[in-house]
Design a protein around this ligand. Structure first.
Ligand SMILES: [Zn+2]
Length: 121
């Protein structure tokens, strides 16, 4: 038994969700993708710019694809493929880790600054 109030609430939540996701989407603009290999910075890339980064390290290969504001590990030659199965990430502080290849992909907020130095050392 669905009441009218329930339907109204449903649409209210739906609308709120859309607003929130739109707000976070626009807030993400200009964010960077940080790639680290063996704990060292490999490079930072624009999340808004579609591209594929080929990481070659110690005979291992990882391809990181940035597309439509999200980033994913499109290819890895590691054994467990956990990183590939992680799928696409798009939120600040989300990360994809390839433990066997020691490759880490992380979305950082370039405007926030300060808390990026966790990786150093
Ligand atoms: Zn992996």
């Amino acid at each position: 038994m669905i009441k009218k109030a329930d339907i109204a609430l449903f649409f209210l939540l739906l609308a709120a969700g859309l607003v929130v996701s739109f707000a976070s989407l626009s807030a993400d603009t200009g964010d960077k993708v940080l790639i680290t290999v063996s704990g060292e910075t490999y490079g930072t890339y624009d999340l808004s710019k579609d591209q594929t980064i080929h990481v070659s390290h110690d005979g291992h290969t990882n391809n990181i694809t940035i597309k439509d504001g999200s980033v994913s590990m499109s290819y890895s030659d590691c054994a467990n493929q956990v990183c590939v199965h992680t799928g696409a990430i798009s939120q600040t502080k989300d990360s994809i880790v390839c433990l066997p290849n020691r490759v880490m992909v992380e979305i950082i907020d370039s405007k926030a600054g300060g808390d990026v130095d966790v990786i150093s050392g």
